[in-house]
Design a protein around this ligand. Structure first.
Ligand SMILES: Cc1ncc(COP(=O)(O)O)c(C=O)c1O
Length: 350
């Protein structure tokens, strides 16, 4: 049964952190009709900080509090260029912590400004490879180690990230589908969402729910999963942000051997889906979410008519609109022709 009107919450929630989670599960009607399946997107863009990473941010901070690693007035440090930093900045303001973010200086001024507006101290540092000790992640860890009452939240390898999804996103999806879910698929950055949701659904369904990984170009995970565990060189690159990975993080490690398979989604399909979801469903979502929906359609086709497939709508297009809806940018990326003619009207920026 689908609710078709306004959502109502019977009681108030406790501040910013109380508003994280409990996002709607949106039935994607057009795509469901086209495939004969039931395809849903979990509206993670409705979290109060605007993305799925609010859950991970709250999860790692709560875990540190519960373990006594973070005391009142302490400092939370992370290396991040995107949504995790935004989530952490919000959570830190709401809980009285100082937030310090290290990021590659190649990131846009808008991102730096947004984090500073949210009260974070931002350190843009030279963009160097992960194996260089001056990589932004290592600098974040070093800073936390040298600071009293500070933690490095370590989103990639801290499994409190996946646990946040195991404890919230997974159970929400199970309840919203009334346990009728044949497949779950999403892309991974840290792997927290896929691991936490996937593990919960697999356990709860007694192994019935298939869990699949979706991967953009430039990531090694598709070939890792499809080749049964061989890490290969990254090839190509992607316009998607926040996803794709060159290694098996500790979060991903907890699910990778239980996956039913992986789907490789090229950018031409992801960008077309950004426009299609806007046109047919009125949804304004970022490229990682669009990639997830393409993967959900492909998984639905594999599983067959009548099956139920769920994915995540990670964030809105607002953070990327100057690129995704710019004719110049699309041309520069060779993606102009990926957008069907009848949808080109949405590319309103020059
Ligand atoms: C827009 C977006 N989509 C997807 C992801 C992937 O989520 P996870 O880190 O849980 O794998 C991220 C992570 O930063 C993100 O920012």
């Amino acid at each position: 049964m689908l609710t078709r009107g306004f959502a109502t919450n019977a009681v108030g929630v406790d501040g910013f952190t109380g508003a994280v989670g409990n996002t709607p599960l949106i039935y994607l009607k057009g795509l469901s009709q086209r495939t004969g399946a039931h395809i849903y997107g979990k509206a993670e863009f409705q979290n109060p900080g605007g993305s799925v990473k609010d859950r991970a941010a709250l999860g790692v901070v709560r875990d540190a509090e519960e373990k006594g690693r973070l005391q009142p007035g302490g400092t939370v440090v992370e290396g991040t260029a995107g949504n995790t930093g935004i989530g952490l900045a919000h959570v830190c303001r709401a809980r009285g912590y100082k937030c310090v973010i290290f990021m590659p200086e190649t990131q846009s001024q808008e991102k730096i400004d947004l984090l500073r507006m949210l009260g974070a101290e931002v350190h843009p540092v030279p963009a160097v490879a992960y194996d260089n000790p001056k990589n932004y992640n290592h600098l974040a860890r070093d800073y936390a180690e040298a600071t009293v009452n500070a933690i490095w939240t370590d989103q990639f390898d801290n499994t409190a990230n996946a646990s946040a999804h195991y404890l919230s996103t997974g159970p929400e999806i199970w309840a919203q589908t009334r346990g009728n879910i044949d497949g779950f698929v999403c892309s991974t950055g840290t792997g927290g969402s896929l691991a936490g949701v996937g593990k919960f659904l697999k356990e709860k369904s007694g192994g019935k729910t298939e869990v699949w990984l979706a991967d953009p170009p430039g990531s090694v995970l598709y070939s890792y999963v499809s080749s049964g565990g061989k890490l290969v060189e990254r090839t190509g690159s992607s316009i998607t942000e926040g996803i794709g990975q060159g290694r098996i993080t500790k979060n991903l490690e907890t699910i990778v051997n239980e996956l039913s398979g992986a789907l490789h989604i090229p950018d031409v399909k992801s960008i077309a889906m950004v426009y299609e979801l806007l046109d047919s469903e009125g949804l304004y979502i970022g490229a990682s979410s669009a990639l997830n929906v393409v993967a959900a359609v492909e998984l639905a086709q594999k599983l067959g008519p009548g099956k139920t497939v769920v994915t995540l709508l990670c964030d809105g297009a607002y953070r990327y609109q100057s690129r995704l809806f710019s004719k110049k940018w699309l041309r520069a990326k060779g993606l102009e022709d990926a957008i069907p003619d009848h949808l080109k009207k949405y590319a309103v920026l020059d």
